[in-house]
Design a protein. Sequence first.
Lengths: 233, 152
Amino acid sequence: VSVIARNLEARGIATVMLALVREHVVAIKPPRALYVPFPFGLAVGRPGRVEEQRAVLRRAFSLLDASSGPVLDDYPDDEHPDDEHSDGSPLQASMVHSNGPSIDLATEVTLMRRYWEEQWMPVHGRTAIGLSGVAVPRLRAVVRYLENYVEGKVAAPLDGRDDVALFVRHCVDDLRSLYTEARLASHPAEHTDDRARWLWGDTALGQFLPMLSAHMASSTDGDTRAVAYGIAR
Amino acid sequence: MDRVPQLTRNLLLTRAVEVNQSTPWASAPVLAEATVALVTSAGVHRRDDHPFVVNDASYRVIASSAEAGDLLQSHSSLGFDRTAAIADINVTVPIDRLREMVADGTIGALGPHHYSFMGAQRDVAEIRDSTSIEVAERLCDERVDIALLTPT
């Protein structure tokens, strides 16, 4: 966002940005940046920590008081939100030993859907599911689609779009969101690393996604190979 | 950054980024009287909008009145934990916090729209030379004084 900040500022809009990679800010020199020593994905603070998020934003906006720049401020390191979050990047599939799932993927998806319907939606009323365009009650059809895809039986996307690789990616994102929301509802205080160990080590989805990724990575199509990298590694 | 795995750190720190000697500077009005908009590289967009694709230089327009449930994130990277944003979109796109700051008088007003780009870009040339300039012009048209930018 540093390069965007410079363009906005050059057109008369004062900018203040949060930064997660200090070295890039030092090089690119956006007008006003607050370096936050937080994990990627948490620039404003931990989920649900309203006061912490407000404190970060107040400090960022306070940089507008400077009369010249560039201004690079450092948020205090002792307040970095790492207690229930990974210190760095999330655990990936290849870093977790798989215990083998106890049920098949379609049955597991139905089970997750039940947690999601009974425990996530009534409390939160919103969902990160929706990229595939396939409604939650039809996610079993998504599972069948993906299982066929891995076996080489490529069909048109269920959402009416024509990009198969992108549809596969969005199906995976929706399934992961379903599992994440179901798990957040049933294990709200779980450490993010433990949640990753559960997904990759204990679930049928965690077994399936590396297979799907490997299948896509062996494709002759560059776009399909690019999508593979974002599915599991 | 010292807590990021070596592989990710090497990838980020060896990425070619432009090195600038100077910085553009616009004077900021008093925050309590200013119109503020959010610009993010979190790859979020309206539920009914087109998802981002890998290395997508385009941007999405989000009404500043949008609620968390109106938004989806189609970010391509596995390098961050999406659980946090699923639990609370404000961790990276602080839409609720900004509305609260307007309500308590800290911020004058919000512009009509927030703007979203895809993060984890390998080549920012098109964003730098084209799409972010478009967004800057839109923000000027919308009489926005101050932009808050957030990364993933």
